[in-house]
Design a protein around this ligand. Structure first.
Ligand code: F6R
Length: 269
């Protein structure tokens, strides 16, 4: 379930190869998409590979995990704008199949319910991409979120707002609320791939590894999922025990194989 790669570029190659293979094999797949700094190299690599292979993405459906409340889709810091910039505008997606929560919905509760229903109507997610927050959030499900929560409005924790202030002009500009897919919808995905890169993620990766499954660390919910994989780079793995790091380094020969070529097993070490 846990694999260690040399760096973020190697992870981008790996995840992108998985995406390309999946889309080629299942052009009507439903993808769950994440934003954030971690995903930027992944999408850049995927765009390059998809263009090179003339991959048909027009029948894909996607659901993004989250969006800030109060930002319109054309606000440069919105996740809608992020997705356009890093992925959507580079390939021939069908815009009607691309779903993001609407941070300006007049009734956010109703909108959250509708987002969840739309996802169900589309048959739930085949492959969910995730990053992880420094406090263990996935999507914007902050510590303490029940694992059966559906898509909902969340008050962002101080830690998350500080972490994400690097994308804004200062802390005060980071929205206080967001809409996020719930833990339930994430865990319903048939397959999950979580990426963590950089030394800032080392403490949460080590905590996740040590910890029992607990709602206090949403990331640990992935231990309940039989087809979840966590891929980290050496920097994010740096606080794991040396014996674990030695065992879980992904050999170069297997890095190209893709997540589907082997059964995914939960961590048992
Ligand atoms: C983003 C999302 C978040 C991020 C997480 C890590 O859509 O759902 O959970 O994945 O906050 O963000 P970065 O990659 O910027 O460290």
């Amino acid at each position: 379930m846990l694999s260690i790669f040399p760096n973020a570029a190697a992870i981008a190659d790996y995840v992108s190869a998985i995406l390309v293979e999946r889309v080629a094999r299942e052009p009507e797949a439903v993808l769950g998409l994440a934003t954030g700094g971690t995903m930027e190299p992944v999408y850049a690599r995927f765009v390059a590979q998809a263009q090179q292979r003339r991959l048909d993405v027009s029948r894909l459906t996607s659901f993004n995990l989250d969006e800030y409340v109060g930002l319109s889709s054309d606000h440069p810091k919105s996740y809608a704008a992020y997705m356009q910039q890093h992925l959507f505008r580079h390939l021939s997606f069908s815009s009607s199949r691309l779903h993001l929560p609407n941070g300006l919905a007049p009734d956010l509760e109703t909108h959250s319910r509708e987002y969840s229903l739309r996802l169900q109507e589309c048959g739930n997610i085949d492959l969910q991409l995730l990053g992880v927050g420094g406090n263990g959030h996935i999507g914007f499900n902050e510590p303490g979120t029940p694992f059966d929560s559906r898509c909902h409005v969340v008050e962002l924790s101080e830690r998350t707002r500080v972490d994400n202030s690097r994308f804004f002009e200062g802390n005060a500009m980071v929205p206080t609320l967001a809409i996020t897919m719930g833990m339930y919808e994430i865990l319903q995905a048939r397959e999950i791939l979580l990426v963590a890169t950089g030394e800032a993620k080392a403490p949460i990766v080590a905590e996740w590894y040590r910890s029992e499954v607990t709602e206090d660390i949403p990331f640990t919910a992935l231990k309940l999922h039989s087809r979840a994989r966590v891929v980290v780079d050496e920097a994010a793995a740096s606080l794991l025990p040396e014996s674990v790091r030695r065992t879980l380094r992904m050999p170069p020969t297997e890095r190209k194989a893709g997540v589907d070529s082997q059964p995914l097993q939960p961590v048992t070490e």
